[in-house]
Design a protein around this ligand. Structure first.
Ligand SMILES: [Zn+2]
Length: 367
């Protein structure tokens, strides 16, 4: 049996409507994630949301924030420090930030027509138009390279995850990615789907038994000749007993999905036009077996362990010389469970069938 390798990734961002204090919801919990990782000699890869960073940088330079609030500088300092310490940065977009109006430090009017990446105009391949798919990738890659190479000249931006998993329809995007030198996509969460008037994705056709696959024009279709490798976020089915058990554990242990003093709210809660699940639908969902992502933020150790055991079962007979990548997702803004995360890394350290990425070796996305 091939050994598994746990690849920890976290989307580095505030909430999708612009709410959330950058220190309380982003840099402080991100620092805590890094410290816990380092105590187990492993790294986190921050999928860095550059669109909000550009907005913060612009507003900060023009002096619009209150005196003590310096979000762009805080993010830059932390991202450079992260690279210095052996962590990785890769690309993530929430294009609603391409058209913004600042109301106050943590209050923004964003263009939700651009929420889904495919809604950004293609710009006919004009790399100089940052409000086009090609321009966005060119500028995003350059932003991360400028930041990271000031600390590590060997840094490579080679992986991407779409904001809110909204990459479909993806033909144009994958073409641009291949042209920009992006070799990995890690947006797909096999089996998961959503259509709520804001986000749209449907990964029910993605292979559920492959740890990664080559793609050309569809993220969920294997194409051996494809230049990009899809390395999905690991998902496994939970039946109703398991869902109820993990929800109860969270309640009993008072596991929060917010770090201390982080008071932002997700856009799905605050925007009127987003379809919300009724109480009845929530109950039905609880009684329906459905796929869960391996998420290390806001979850219990028990749930994470269950999903990793599912990975072990799934790849029991999988033959490969390289370790099988198991991608976990997280968000600093949901990191209310440091104890649970510590327990997970301690547990993984003791197991022979799975290993952590070492800080000494090259990042999975850059190797
Ligand atoms: Zn995101």
């Amino acid at each position: 049996m091939a050994k598994l390798k746990l690849i920890l990734t976290a989307d580095y961002e505030v909430f999708g409507n612009g709410s959330g204090h950058v220190k309380n919801c982003l840099t402080r919990p991100a620092e805590e994630i890094m410290r816990i990782c380092e105590s187990h000699d492993t790294r986190v890869t921050f999928f860095t949301e550059v669109c909000e960073y550009w907005a913060f940088r612009e507003m900060q330079e023009q002096g619009w924030f209150s005196a003590e609030y310096r979000p762009a500088s805080w993010m830059e300092e932390q991202l450079k420090d992260a690279v210095k310490r052996g962590h990785d940065l890769q690309l993530h977009f929430h294009p609603q930030w391409l058209e913004y109006e600042m109301i106050s430090d943590q209050e923004w009017k964003l263009n939700y027509d651009l929420w889904r990446l495919p809604n950004v105009p293609d710009g006919s391949g004009n790399e100089n138009d940052p409000k086009s798919i090609s321009g966005l990738f060119a500028k995003g890659k350059k932003t991360l390279e400028d930041l990271a190479r000031s600390v590590n000249p060997d840094y490579q931006c080679r992986a991407f995850r779409a904001g809110s998993w909204c990459i479909q329809p993806e033909e144009e995007i994958l073409k641009v990615m291949a042209n920009t030198g992006i070799l990995y996509d890690t947006t797909v969460a096999p089996g998961v789907k959503l259509d709520d008037n804001l986000s749209y994705y449907d990964f029910r056709n993605a292979p559920e038994d492959l740890p990664s696959w080559n793609i050309s024009n569809k993220v969920d279709r294997v194409d051996e000749s494809g230049k990009i490798t899809e390395v999905p976020i690991f998902t496994a089915d939970l039946n109703s007993t398991q869902q109820i058990q993990f929800q109860t554990t969270k309640k009993l242990r008072r596991i929060s999905n917010r770090p201390e003093n982080c008071t932002g709210e997700p856009a799905t809660k605050t925007l009127d036009f987003v379809k919300k699940d009724s109480k009845f639908k929530k109950i039905v969902r609880l009684y329906t077996t459905r796929p869960y992502m391996l998420d290390f933020c806001g979850t219990s150790f028990d749930e994470m362990m269950f999903l990793i055991e599912a990975a072990k079962k799934r790849y029991r007979k999988f033959e490969s010389e390289e370790p099988v990548p198991i991608v976990a997702i997280g968000h600093p803004k949901n990191f209310g469970n440091p104890k649970e995360f510590k327990s997970l890394l301690e547990w993984v350290d003791k197991k022979d069938f799975i290993e952590l990425e070492s800080l000494e070796e090259k990042s999975f996305w850059q190797a």
